[in-house]
Design a protein around this ligand. Structure first.
Ligand SMILES: [Zn+2]
Length: 135
């Protein structure tokens, strides 16, 4: 069975179940499908686009978009930078003062450490790292 959302030429929308797409085409051509509201046999399929609606749908869409951006950014960082884990602040400091090779790093840092780094004029950015979806 296949499910279609249908609309008559007067704009009444209704739903129909058909054994197959061809069965729908055949029935529509033979005017065997009628609008329950006005009896019209001029029926067309309403395109079913993936959509989200309702309260918070926009926010959800934006959050999704933001998340995709962050995922892309994360992939880029993971590819180009060394992961130093919780030693981030220490390593960033070493790089800044030339004690470590100059390179891109990423890892975790606490609010206090981040503040200290900023006060020392060390260049870094904090990202709202999304959790991996596959974990
Ligand atoms: Zn109708």
């Amino acid at each position: 069975m296949i499910h279609f959302r249908l609309s008559c030429n007067a704009g009444h929308e209704f739903e129909g179940w058909f054994p197959s797409g061809e069965a729908y085409d055949r029935q529509a051509k033979r005017k065997q499908i009628t609008c329950a509201t006005c009896g019209s046999t001029k029926i067309a399929k309403v395109p079913m686009a993936p959509a989200i609606a309702g309260k918070g749908a926009m926010e959800q869409a934006k959050a999704q978009e933001m998340r995709q951006l962050l995922d892309m950014m994360r992939a880029k960082v993971e590819k180009n930078c060394d992961y130093v884990g919780p030693a981030f602040a220490e390593e960033a400091r070493k790089i800044h003062y030339g004690e470590s090779d100059k390179r891109g790093i990423y890892g975790e840092t606490s609010d206090d450490e981040a503040r200290a780094l900023a006060e020392e004029g060390i260049d870094f950015a904090r990202l709202p790292w999304p959790r991996r979806t596959d974990s």
